[in-house]
Write a protein that binds this ligand. Structure first.
Ligand SMILES: NC(=O)c1ccc[n+]([C@@H]2O[C@H](COP(=O)([O-])OP(=O)(O)OC[C@H]3O[C@@H](n4cnc5c(N)ncnc54)[C@H](OP(=O)(O)O)[C@@H]3O)[C@@H](O)[C@H]2O)c1
Length: 352
């Protein structure tokens, strides 16, 4: 209900920024957390968040895996959105670290620390956890059976026990372990709140934190960081030898699903996989080249969008009809590309 307080972890992440805006626009008050105070402070200059300043509190949580990391932060909170989690950009282990200590442990301990603390606050009714499509992918990789199988919301893989050798698989292992840890916690501890897993495919669209008046001189490249950068690499001359599963969703749809899942009557305990239906209809990543030729002809002609790259699409079939019934029709790949590239062009025009 508008006016109620929502705790959002990972507030300064790309996806977290969009969720923050959507929740504030829906009339809630937000307490956002992040590891770095400077990154949280930058959010205060984002125009779409600035207009809700009176409803936005930002708090530093340096180590979410610490047992009492969220103590006092859940006072007065009705809903929690947990997006903070190590991303593949965390990199490779060094100095005695392992993929487990760098990815899996922080993801699991962070989620459990939040779930355990929330038990002590009866006001908490529901916790939305941002998961990832990687939890559906089998360890055998992109074998033929996987290409043909229609993945549905509850087809989650078991916890990974294989050795981890790269950041992408460490990320997958961390999301899987955190998913199962949360489900097991609820089963065994029977807390007063419900959990909902929102499970997006690759997220593409505008980056909420990037704006023309930002102090950053690299705003244009900030738009093309993270998942935007991976998916839209063909536009920037990158010829990726490695394929990526063909599955993306617009960042606005991700933000809307998180917001509506706070109160949707029958969402408690559910998994919702979010993916644009375009991918089951044969979209490919290199379609982005045709899209920008049609939608940004001047920028293509002038070389602002250099083109010339390629990204192989690994086929995967995802049934996101349950999430579309719950949260409305998802935007297509063209709208995702146009919104991300449009923001990139806007920043380039502003000399950023
Ligand atoms: N982008 C996608 O395509 C995609 C797809 C599916 C799911 N998701 C999920 O969406 C969420 C946000 O991702 P994003 O794409 O917005 O990535 P991002 O911008 O890199 O944000 C990652 C967030 O997680 C936090 N984080 C990372 N490692 C952490 C650690 N060890 N302890 C505490 N916090 C940590 C970061 O905190 P700081 O800000 O303090 O560094 C940041 O807020 C993640 O849960 C991710 O799995 C993303």
């Amino acid at each position: 209900m508008p006016g109620e307080l929502v705790l959002v972890t990972g507030a300064s992440s790309s996806v977290g920024g969009a969720i923050l805006r959507a929740i504030l626009e829906a009339g809630y008050r937000v307490r956002g957390t992040g590891r770095r105070i400077d990154q949280l402070e930058e959010l205060r200059s984002v125009p779409s968040l600035q207009m809700h300043e009176q409803n936005l509190e930002l708090v530093q949580v340096p180590d979410m895996a610490a047992p009492d990391a969220f103590k006092d932060l859940l006072q007065g909170v009705t809903y929690v959105v947990h997006t903070a989690s190590p991303m593949p950009t965390t990199g490779v282990p060094s100095n005695g670290e392992t993929y487990d200590s760098l990815y899996v442990q922080p993801a699991v301990k962070g989620a459990l620390s939040l779930l355990e603390t929330a038990r002590r606050y009866p006001s908490v009714k529901r916790i939305i956890i941002t998961s990832s499509m990687s939890i559906y992918l089998s360890e055998g990789g992109e074998n033929d059976a996987e290409k043909e199988k229609m993945l549905r919301d509850d087809d989650i893989q078991p916890v990974s026990t294989s050795p981890i050798n790269d950041p992408l698989w460490a990320y997958r292992a961390s999301k899987l372990a955190a998913y199962h840890a949360a489900v097991d916690f609820v089963k065994s501890e029977k807390p007063q709140y419900e959990i909902v897993h929102i499970i997006p495919s690759f997220v593409v669209g505008r980056n909420e934190k990037v704006h023309v008046s930002s102090a950053s001189s690299s705003a244009a490249s900030d738009v093309m960081s993270g998942s935007n950068g991976i998916i839209l690499c063909p536009l920037f001359g990158i010829k990726s030898p490695q394929g990526v599963h063909g599955a993306t969703v617009h960042v606005d749809d991700v933000a809307k699903a998180h917001t509506e899942a706070l109160t949707k009557a029958d969402a408690g305990g559910q998994n919702y996989i979010l993916n644009s239906p375009d991918w089951n209809a044969g979209a490919t990543y290199d379609d982005a080249l045709d899209i920008v030729k049609r939608r940004f002809p001047d920028e293509v002609a002038s070389g602002v969008i250099p083109m010339g790259g390629t990204l192989p699409t690994i086929p995967v079939k995802i049934d996101s009809s349950k999430a579309e019934r719950a949260f409305g029709k998802f935007k297509g790949f063209e709208e995702q590309v146009v919104d991300a590239v449009g923001q990139y062009v806007e920043m380039r025009k502003a000399g950023k």
